[in-house]
Design a protein. Structure first.
Length: 317
């Protein structure tokens, strides 16, 4: 862990919120909003609510992971990642737990509006997202400790985030009655699912880098992440496969779903992807992988921005 000397309380809370991970929460929403714009179903208020809700759930999950990893003994002095405030003694555990609960409650408040317009499907999505965030490292069977974290990130920070963002806009624009119990036609499309796959793949790449870096200390702490179960070689294969999946999606949207060629703009971020991959494929220690982790978050943000521009530009120009 990094040194904790001279860390102010404000800095400690910022560390607990882990702003470097926020692209994982915001990028899928950006993609979902842009896709809705390209398809003519953009709705500003649901789009903003989806973004705020996603970021609150992301921050709440960061607080939860910080708290539960500490109380479960998964964060040790040998950990090479960024400082965790609970295990590092910077903030008392009950305070972190209260911050987690408070942040999730704020997400629920935002969710009331989204549930009103999106009905039962959004209620299920919202509640399951919070429960999944809590049980990632908390509860009697923290699934993040048993190799299921990658699947959680792919589903919730990819498929669910993008299709959910698209859904609440489409259902508003199409004039569907509030609080529906089913998914109306045209509110979840093939393109939104594919875009969710791209976002989920890159979001999962962030977790893969994190888990490769922590593989040895996680194994010692009894935390069986997918990287611990697969080993370095197959974890790197997973990372490259996820990258390839993400960059295939814009091509599929162009070739098979007839989106404008501008949808290929995310391919401009391939040099950054190659740079990150070169580190992940050769390094194991935190000195190399901590910067690579931040760069993977930047890659997701750049990819999402380019994807969004590529989708919207043909409509607005």
């Amino acid at each position: 862990m990094t040194a904790t000397a001279d860390v102010t309380r404000r800095q400690a809370w910022l560390m607990a919120a882990r702003p470097q991970t926020l692209p994982a929460g915001g990028a899928p929403v950006v993609i979902g909003v842009a896709l809705a714009g390209a398809d003519g179903v953009f709705a500003p208020l649901p789009a903003v609510a989806a973004l705020v809700g996603a970021l609150l759930i992301q921050i709440g999950t960061n607080f939860a992971n910080d708290y539960y990893d500490a109380v479960n003994g998964a964060d040790t002095d040998d950990r090479e990642g960024f400082t965790r405030v609970t295990a590092g003694g910077l903030i008392d555990p009950p305070e972190v737990k209260r911050a987690m609960i408070g942040t999730y409650l704020l997400a629920v408040v935002v969710g009331f509006y989204l549930v009103y317009i999106g009905g039962v499907p959004i209620l299920v999505v919202g509640l399951s997202s919070i429960v999944a965030g809590l049980l990632y490292t908390g509860g009697p069977y923290p699934y993040g400790y048993y190799g299921l974290g990658d699947l959680f990130v792919f589903v919730y920070f990819g498929l669910v985030a993008v299709t959910g963002t698209y859904y609440v806009q489409a259902i508003t624009t199409l004039g569907v009655d509030p609080f529906v119990t089913t998914i109306p036609a045209g509110t979840v499309t093939a393109a939104s699912v594919l875009a969710g796959i791209a976002a989920g793949a890159l979001s999962t790449c962030i977790l893969v880098v994190n888990n490769i870096r922590d593989r040895e200390t996680d194994a010692e702490a009894g935390k069986r992440t997918l990287a611990v179960l697969l080993g370095y070689r197959l974890s790197r294969v997973e990372f490259c496969g996820l990258l390839a999946t993400a960059y295939t999606v814009p091509v599929v949207l162009w070739v098979w779903l007839s989106y404008h060629p501008a949808v290929l703009l995310p391919l401009l971020s391939l040099p950054l992807a190659a740079s990150v991959a070169s580190v992940v494929l050769t390094e194991r220690d935190g000195d190399a992988l901590n910067p690579a982790l931040e760069q993977t978050g930047q890659l997701l943000a750049v990819f999402a921005l380019l994807f969004g521009v590529g989708l919207v530009a043909p409509v607005v120009i």
